[in-house]
Design a protein around this ligand. Structure first.
Ligand code: FMN
Length: 306
């Protein structure tokens, strides 16, 4: 019998635990040229903001040891064009649709999520609370437990389906932010967003991206992401976790599920091999068969520790 890859998060069914990560496949159109999106457990869109954004000037990405640095600057079409041009395509896809939203003020998150609430095909929203925040003078929402709780609870009032809070790793204690998101009414957590980093050209003395600092992603951050998932899973926070960070193979997914993730997202690996999610799904099926397991859910939180 074929092993069961399905998982459930906050009552939403996923045919398998593999989602794409925000910012790594736009709004899904290009990826649909590589494989049918119905193969995915779910698709997460690029962060949508109230206004369209061009983002930072290039160069916006740089390769680093075992990873990639980026500061795209939230380039996106804005909510009006998203609803007009992108939703019709997403509506037709036979996979779970998660729309990621970002703002520089809490009111922006509220306005965006209220508009998305009117779109029945938006199954869940993911709050990118890792942006610098104007409400408190430029610190990130996601580094402050009070702002995290307030943002989630205000969005909770206008969005009736499940809310995922996406946590930044650039904090002293990620469990405090996780607990704050749960108190605010979040239904699940995405752990983690990119890790703050920098890269410099030693010949020209020039920083490698125009924003000077950016988010490190890819295999280099996998151990950081794993320990973040482990910490949150073993904290007082009871929310289901979507693990993110450096996942490129089925083995990577298994590691994340063993430390407590219910599902995962694939980001940077999509730039290397866009069909990575399909390979991973096949790899997971093979693994479960080899281990004589009937469901992938049997892996969640089962890590053996010394
Ligand atoms: C080019 C690029 C753009 C990204 N844009 C966003 C974004 O708009 N919103 C967001 O929440 N995360 C964004 N991310 C972060 C990813 O969703 C993910 O959390 C991160 O890349 C770690 O996963 P990975 O190591 O598999 O890439 C972006 C990452 C990359 C590489």
């Amino acid at each position: 019998m074929k092993p069961d890859l399905s998982v459930e998060i906050a009552g939403v069914p996923f045919k398998n635990p593999i989602l794409t990560a925000s910012g790594c496949c736009g709004y899904g159109e290009e990826l649909a040229d590589v494989f049918p999106l119905s193969k995915l457990g779910g698709l997460v869109t690029k962060s949508i903001t109230r206004e369209p954004r061009m983002g930072h000037r290039p160069p916006r990405t740089a390769e680093t040891g075992g990873g990639m640095l980026n500061a795209i600057g939230l380039a996106n079409v804005g909510i009006d064009r998203f609803l007009e041009e992108k939703i019709p395509f997403l509506e037709k896809q036979k996979t779970t649709i998660v729309v990621n939203v970002a703002g520089s003020k809490i009111d922006e998150y509220v306005e965006l999520c209220a508009r998305l609430n009117d779109q029945p095909r938006v199954d869940m929203i993911e709050l990118n609370i890792s942006c610098p925040n104007v409400d408190s003078g430029g610190i990130e929402f996601g580094t402050d437990p009070k702002l995290t709780e307030e943002t989630v609870s205000r969005v909770r009032k206008v969005f009736s389906r499940p809310i995922i809070a996406k946590l930044a790793p650039n904090v002293t204690d990620i469990t405090k932010i996780a607990i704050a998101a749960e108190s605010g009414g979040a239904d699940a957590l995405s752990v983690i967003n990119s890790v703050l980093g920098m890269a410099v050209d030693p010949e020209t003395w020039q920083t490698r991206i125009t924003n000077n600092k950016g988010g490190l992603t890819g295999p280099a951050i996998k151990p950081i992401a794993l320990v973040a998932v482990d910490k949150v899973y073993n904290s007082a926070c009871t929310l289901p976790i979507i693990g993110i960070g450096g996942i490129a193979t089925a083995s990577d997914v298994i590691e994340f599920m063993l430390v407590g993730a219910t599902a995962v997202q694939i980001g940077t690996a999509l730039f290397v091999q866009p069909d990575t999610p399909v390979r991973i799904v096949d790899g997971l099926t093979e693994y479960l068969k080899r281990k004589k397991m009937s469901s992938i859910r049997e892996l969640i939180g089962k890590v053996r520790k010394y």
